[in-house]
Structures are given as structure tokens and as C-alpha cells.
Design a protein around this ligand. Structure first.
Ligand code: BES
Ligand code: MN
Ligand code: ZN
Length: 491
């Protein structure tokens, strides 16, 4: 979809040219682009301020049908995210208008605080991520994705960045796959169906996918996970996707665990209207982990990466787990069910304890739409990070900055563990306090990781958006795929 090309605007026939414009600095070295910007800025309504747009049709001295100008604001505030947004907005306009292709005038890095590679990468990401239409359930497919986005480049840039275009396509493509899984309604993705979807997508060289069924889970004594699944007519699954570098020894082993509740009704502690409608997204952690594995197959890091996805449906029924029930987890610890809606932590602890025993990872990261409390703390766009290793938390926050899948570190205070104590069982799955719910959920998980280097990312907020943003439509966001890929690149 992305092509890097040298384009001579004096001669080339271009249907739609996209020009990012800085308010206070010249950021284009191409003289034709610079004179187009002069034309645009001659109009009172366009100065290059952030959010401003202007269209010129058939500008003089060119063969351009339309030139779209996007204001970026002042140079000192322009970052990678500015370019993701511009590319996403331009592609969104193209889709709405029914265009087949766009050409983007790539700015030069001179006068900006970021380098050329970052600009190219961000434009590619915004273009690929923005070029996604989820219309599987519409009778009429009104919107069509663009066929091509051209990034204007010098000959040297073309050579330097075509490899980059391939990795961006793989990573952002995986992010889009995750979005699609998340937006798929729960009647079409009960655990076995979702497991098959993951298996089908991961038939890539370098990946090995295994689906474990309920009988296997029973034999292995995944008591906490099975308890969550027992109310549904659709039985649980554990999906494992393994990647190992080919022909050399892996430097390290990383395990990624993703919460895969294909629908979270709350169970007997049924969720009320207003909270229940979007709970098909409660498998976003699993979608992000599976998506990351797809990208890993293309990135080919020299470490072993294993994705582990416990999949269940949390339903109320005559066979459902009840508040007050006590279950025995894989690790052996018993848990009293204080609330059947605190189900995510139950499936995660069995998957994590099993994965630690099986793979002895150097690092384990879990992603989960775990608590509404995390959304209260950080809002809908930022994930919470909890870790027993300060440096790991910092690395994840840094990857969040780089990818704009933002994360903020929260504490794991030892003394709050008090709140999970229970008279009858080893632990309660719910805190005895109304406050700090994201923290107590993370502390519950921490009881099952031993001294494995571990981080938990609560993505309850950013996994889903109600309204389209510049490069993501309404629905699942695929949050976590780009974040984890960036982090894996630095391991
Ligand atoms: N899946 C929810 C958390 C959630 C809420 C995700 C909103 C996305 C948007 C989770 O299983 C849950 O129900 N958590 C409870 C925990 C409570 C019962 C201790 C919550 O946050 O209210
Ligand atoms: Mn729940
Ligand atoms: Zn849940």
C-alpha cells in the first residue's frame, strides 16, 4: 500500500497531493512544494495553525488535481504523532471522497525536533492505520480503503526507507487484525471460534500455534480459569503461539499473556446497562498479544517470544460460579469469589503460573482490560503499568511515548495486599476497599508471578474508542501491538 517515490511536481500528474504545513518554519525543501505552500498561505483562512486545512484545486504551474494542506502548528510542538495524525486524516478524507490513491509531500527534518526516519515512519503508520474500514456487518460496503499512498522522497531516502515500509506494514497490519477481532461481536467469537481465528491468522513461517481444550485445562488443573468459564455454554480454550529465532539460539525468552474474555457479562454479579454493551472488547489483551505474535513473525527478533491467551466467556447461568464459591488455582492457592465480575484476574493467574512453569521466561508481560478503576485513574487513552522491576516499567513507558500507545506507571504497594485477605481461602478475588481497584487487581496478579521479572498493563481505557480518532475508527483500537513490538525491539 505504501510506496516511497521520487516525484517531480513540475511534471508529474498527481491526483491528490497532501501537504503538511508548519506555522512558523519552512519544513519542505522541494521548491514546488514550497511555492504551493506560499499559494495556500496567501489565503487568510490558512496559516499552518494546528488543525487548519485548505484545499486548492488545480494550482497554477502544476498537474495536480487537488492539493490538501494540513496545518501542524509551531515547529517546537511537532512530533511523530503530528505526522501519524496528518496521514490518518488525509487517508480518512481519501476514503470518504472515494479516492484510490494519495501522494504525501514528506517534510524534511531540518527545522524540526525529530529526524527524517521518524517522519517517514510516522507518516507510514498513520496512513496504514487510518486505511482500515470495519464494514464486515454492513450490507452495503460504502467506504473503500485506498489502494496506494505515495510518500515523496529523495533517491537516497527511497533506498534507506523501503525496508522500514515493510516492517510498518507488518506491525500496523497486525494492529488492524487485532482491531477487527475486538470489534467482532461476541456471538461470532466465543472461545473456540476466537481460538480458530487466531490459529488461522498465525499460519506464518516461524510461528507455532496450539489450542488447548477444556479437557486439557481440567487435567492441568486450571481451576480459576475453568470457574470463570463454567457458566457459559461455550467452553474455554488456551491458545499458545510460539516464536523462536531460526538457526540461532534465543538470547532470552519473553512470555506475553493476554486476557481473552470474549464477553464479560459480569456473571452472577451481572453488569448493569451502560457497562455491559461494549463487553465484547474484554478480549482486547488477547487480541493485542496475538497481533503482536503476527508482527513478531515478520520482525524476526533473536529472542524467543511466546503468546499465551486464556479465552473464556463470563456468563450467568445455572452452572455459573457464585459469589462465595472457593476455587483452587493452577498454582495451588485457593480463592474465594467475592465478585464474579472480577474474572480477568482469575483467568490470568492460571495462564501466567502455567507459562512460568512451562517456559521459565526472563520477562513476562500481561495485557488486560482488567479494571474500570484504571480508567477512573488515567482516563480512556492511557494504560496503567505495574511492575516488580522499575527498569521494565520505564522501558514500557518509553515505548508508549515512541508509539503514542501511552502508559503510566502505578505502584504495587506491599501493604495494600492486606485488602485481598480472606477468612476462608488464601485470597479474595476482590478488594475489601472501594478504592485503588486497579492497584489491588495488579497486586492480586503479583501473588502468582513469584520472582519472574513481570509487568502488567491495564488497557481497559485505551483498548476501545467510542468515536473515531485521526487514524482509528470507532471500536477496537489494537492498543498494545505497536507498544509491545517497540518494546521487543529494545529487549
Ligand atoms: N472487564 C472489566 C473491566 C472493564 C471495565 C474493562 C470497563 C473495560 C471497560 C473487568 O472484568 C471488571 O468487571 N472489573 C471490575 C472489577 C471489580 C468487580 C472488582 C470493575 O472494574 O468494576
Ligand atoms: Mn468483569
Ligand atoms: Zn472483564
Amino acid at each position: 500500500m505504501i510506496e516511497i517515490k521520487t516525484v517531480n511536481l513540475k511534471r508529474a500528474k498527481v491526483n491528490t497531493l497532501v501537504v503538511p504545513v508548519c506555522e512558523d518554519q519552512d519544513i519542505h525543501t522541494d521548491s514546488s512544494v514550497a511555492s504551493l505552500i506560499d499559494m495556500a498561505k496567501a489565503y487568510d483562512e490558512f496559516n499552518g495553525k494546528k488543525g487548519e486545512t485548505l484545499t486548492l484545486f488545480q494550482p497554477d504551474g502544476t498537474q495536480i488535481v487537488r492539493a490538501l494542506f494540513f496545518g501542524l502548528g509551531n515547529a517546537e510542538k511537532i512530533n511523530a504523532e503530528s505526522f501519524r495524525c496528518v496521514a490518518g486524516k488525509a487517508v480518512g478524507f481519501g476514503i470518504k471522497t472515494g479516492l484510490a490513491a494519495l501522494t504525501i509531500a514528506t517534510p524534511s527534518a531540518a527545522n524540526l525536533l525529530i529526524d527524517a526516519q521518524t517522519i517517514f515512519k510516522a507518516l507510514m503508520e498513520g496512513a496504514v492505520l487510518g486505511n482500515h474500514v470495519f464494514d464486515h456487518y454492513k450490507e452495503k460496503k460504502e467506504k473503500k480503503a485506498l489502494k496506494q499512498v505515495v510518500l515523496m522522497a529523495t533517491a537516497a531516502q527511497k533506498k534507506a526507507y523501503s525496508g522500514l515500509a515493510k516492517t510498518v506494514a507488518a506491525v500496523c497490519g497486525a494492529s488492524i487484525t487485532a482491531r477487527q477481532w475486538i470489534s467482532t461481536p461476541s456471538n461470532d467469537k466465543q472461545p473456540d471460534t476466537f481460538a480458530q481465528m487466531i490459529k488461522h491468522a498465525s499460519t506464518l513461517p516461524g510461528l507455532k500455534t496450539t489450542i488447548m481444550d477444556e479437557r486439557w485445562l481440567e487435567k492441568q488443573k486450571f481451576g480459576a480459569m475453568l470457574a470463570v468459564g463454567q457458566g457459559s455454554s461455550a467452553s474455554p480454550r488456551l491458545v499458545i503461539v510460539e516464536y523462536a529465532p531460526k538457526g540461532k539460539k534465543a538470547r532470552q525468552t519473553v512470555v506475553l499473556v493476554g486476557k481473552g474474555v470474549t464477553f464479560d457479562s459480569g456473571g452472577i454479579n451481572l453488569k448493569p446497562s451502560g457497562s455491559i454493551e461494549t463487553m465484547k472488547m474484554d478480549m482486547s489483551g488477547a487480541a493485542a498479544v496475538a497481533g503482536t505474535m503476527l508482527a513478531v513473525a515478520a520482525l524476526k527478533p533473536d529472542i524467543k517470544v511466546v503468546g499465551v491467551m486464556p479465552l473464556v466467556e463470563n456468563m450467568p447461568s445455572g452452572t455459573a460460579i457464585r459469589p462465595g464459591d472457593i476455587v483452587r488455582s493452577f498454582a495451588g492457592k485457593t480463592i474465594e469469589i467475592g465478585n464474579t465480575d472480577a474474572e480477568g484476574r482469575l483467568i490470568l493467574i492460571d495462564a501466567m503460573a502455567w507459562a512460568i512453569k512451562k517456559y521459565k521466561p526472563d520477562t513476562m508481560i500481561d495485557l488486560a482490560t482488567l479494571t474500570g478503576a484504571c480508567m477512573i485513574a488515567l482516563g480512556e487513552k492511557i494504560a496503567g503499568v505495574f511492575s516488580n522491576d522499575q527498569q521494565l516499567a520505564e522501558r514500557i513507558v518509553a515505548s508508549g511515548e515512541a508509539t503514542h500507545e501511552r502508559c503510566w506507571s502505578l505502584p504495587l504497594p506491599e501493604d495494600y495486599k492486606e485488602l485481598l485477605k480472606n477468612d476462608f481461602a488464601d485470597l479474595n478475588n476482590m478488594s475489601s476497599s472501594r478504592y485503588g481497584g486497579a492497584i489491588t487487581a495488579a497486586l492480586f496478579l503479583s501473588e502468582f508471578v513469584g520472582d519472574t521479572r513481570w509487568a502488567h498493563i491495564d488497557i481497559a481505557g485505551p483498548a476501545w474508542i467510542k468515536k473515531a480518532s485521526d487514524y482509528c475508527g470507532a471500536g477496537g483500537t489494537g492498543f498494545g501491538v505497536r507498544l509491545l513490538c517497540d518494546w521487543i525491539g529494545g529487549v
